[in-house]
Design a protein around this ligand. Structure first.
Ligand code: PRP
Length: 180
């Protein structure tokens, strides 16, 4: 029973569905006449990416990267490793980087540098969750689903110790789970 480790539901399935639909609508309007390339930063963004792309009413292409911060636990270490790179060239493309959560900003700070060097026409960031109070790098997202306080959240793609990604809602994890 994964649900018993959740202290509080922060966003229900319905709230997530509604907000993702709004983000898709915004992207559809902003990129009218263009064909953006959505880049999902795995693993956390896989569910958001699937829902977001289906809420965009334009031709889009999709690609995936697997990126990981070194070290386990609840705090990102600042070092980032590309475990799987994109499959396609991004030169001249309008990129939208899709993240589940923007926290310290370390991951995107590093990734933006790497991707800008490959000469895309433009890059924008879309994150489902934003924790601005935790930011240590100057990164701002162009599309934000929810701005949230500094709680340990899981579900809808977000994990703790690789678990809970399959919760259909976003919830706050009970501290007893990670204080064990
Ligand atoms: C999470 C999340 C972002 C990053 C955000 O990934 O998906 O990529 O952390 O944190 P930051 O702003 O402090 O860099 P994680 O490394 O936990 O891997 P995952 O996507 O496989 O869950």
């Amino acid at each position: 029973m994964i649900h018993r480790d959740i202290e509080q539901v922060l966003y229900t399935e319905e709230e997530l569905r509604q907000r993702v639909k709004e983000l898709g609508g915004q992207i559809t309007a902003d990129y009218a006449g263009r064909m953006p390339m959505l880049v999902s930063v795995l693993r956390g963004s896989y569910i958001f990416m699937a829902d977001l792309t289906r809420s965009i009413n334009l031709d889009v292409t999709v690609d995936f990267m697997v990126v990981s911060s070194y070290g386990a636990g609840t705090v990102s270490s600042g070092q980032v490793e590309i475990k799987k790179d994109l499959s396609d060239s991004i030169e001249g493309r309008d990129l939208i980087i899709v993240e589940d959560i923007l926290d310290s900003g370390n991951t995107l700070y590093y990734l933006l540098d790497v991707l800008k060097a490959r000469k895309p026409a433009s890059i924008r960031l879309c994150t489902l969750m934003d924790k601005p109070e935790r930011r240590t790098k100057p990164i701002t997202a162009d599309y934000v689903g929810f701005t949230i306080p500094d709680a340990f959240i899981v579900g809808y793609g977000l994990d703790y110790d690789e678990k809970y990604r399959n919760l259909p809602y976003v919830g706050v994890l009970k501290p007893s789970v990670y204080e064990k």
